[in-house]
Write a protein that binds this ligand. Structure first.
Ligand SMILES: NC(=O)c1ccc[n+]([C@@H]2O[C@H](COP(=O)([O-])OP(=O)(O)OC[C@H]3O[C@@H](n4cnc5c(N)ncnc54)[C@H](O)[C@@H]3O)[C@@H](O)[C@H]2O)c1
Length: 257
């Protein structure tokens, strides 16, 4: 198990117990991490209840990643309470339902801007806020979550695919920019899991069905597998890895057909 004794980590993107970010919270908490969880508006109660199950009990703060003042407030609070930060998990993504059902050709200008702002730009904003707190600790680790739809076409994934391509490119640019301060930036490209976000993608169950049938491991992944891979990248065990997109998808990405 990865050791997080004495480490402080911020986890953005928990909505409920199915969230990939929640699996990462559990894996890092088990290793001894002291966590800060954020919630988006309507998820306050769920996230509060989940936080109660972890030891030590995480600080729980509101955060909409499109709001720079809220991002600043989260980091200010972390500075006051912990004096520094060792890792950040960025698990926020959104595209409106109209954009992830139907033809890609019909992607609207507003829908494109919103998907790219929430799902890609926010990683840059979160990394910028974390940088002084991590530099004060001699380095840190930033992790985001992506999907193979960045690179290959999946039905209805549409503008989220474009957002994930921008996100993955941002991982590489941030890794190059922050590397000299010993801050690592990586992504996990997870196989499909039925979470709240995934439920919004038209025909998601058929994607899951194809993966179960064709992936080398002949199954879909479990969120705990993302949690364990994340723990590796976020801990000192992953200290030589940056700018990487780690595939945790039961091998599906290697297939030609
Ligand atoms: N579920 C999958 O199949 C799958 C596969 C690969 C990658 N991912 C990625 O994993 C990440 C987590 O998604 P999930 O599947 O766990 O679903 P989820 O619905 O549990 O999590 C998505 C999170 O994004 C947050 N969010 C959306 N807009 C936000 C905003 N403006 N400000 C703050 N938070 C905001 C939501 O509150 C929620 O907590 C996403 O980036 C998703 O694209 C998911």
């Amino acid at each position: 198990m990865a050791d997080f004794t004495g480490k402080v980590g911020l986890i953005v993107g928990v909505a409920n117990h199915r969230s990939l970010a929640w699996a990462i919270a559990q894996a890092t908490s088990k290793g001894g991490a002291n966590l800060i969880l954020t919630y988006q508006g309507r998820f306050e109660e769920h996230v509060g209840e989940l936080a109660e199950t972890l030891t030590p009990k995480p600080l729980v703060l509101p955060l909409d990643v499109t709001n720079d003042d809220e991002i600043a407030a989260v980091y200010k609070k972390i500075q006051e309470v912990h004096g520094g930060l060792d890792f950040v998990v960025h698990g926020a993504a959104f595209a409106s339902r109209e954009e992830i059902t139907g033809r890609f050709l019909n992607t609207s200008r507003d829908g494109f801007k919103q998907a790219l702002d929430i799902s890609a730009y926010s990683l840059i904003a979160m990394a910028r806020g974390a940088q002084p707190l991590m530099a004060a600790r001699g380095g840190g680790s930033v992790l985001t979550l992506t999907f193979l739809g960045s690179d290959r076409v999946f039905p209805n994934y549409n503008v989220m695919g474009v957002a994930k391509a921008a996100l993955e490119s941002s991982v590489r640019y941030l890794a190059a920019d922050l590397g000299p301060e010993n801050i690592r930036v990586n992504a996990i490209s997870a196989g499909p899991v039925k979470t709240l976000a995934a439920a919004g993608i038209g025909g998601f169950s058929s994607i899951l069905g194809v993966v179960r049938e064709k992936a080398p491991l002949r199954r879909a992944i479990e969120t705990s597998e993302v949690g364990d891979a994340a723990a590796f990248l976020l801990s000192d065990a992953g200290r030589g890895v940056t700018g990487e997109i780690l595939m945790v998808d039961a091998g599906f990405h290697i297939l030609g057909m």
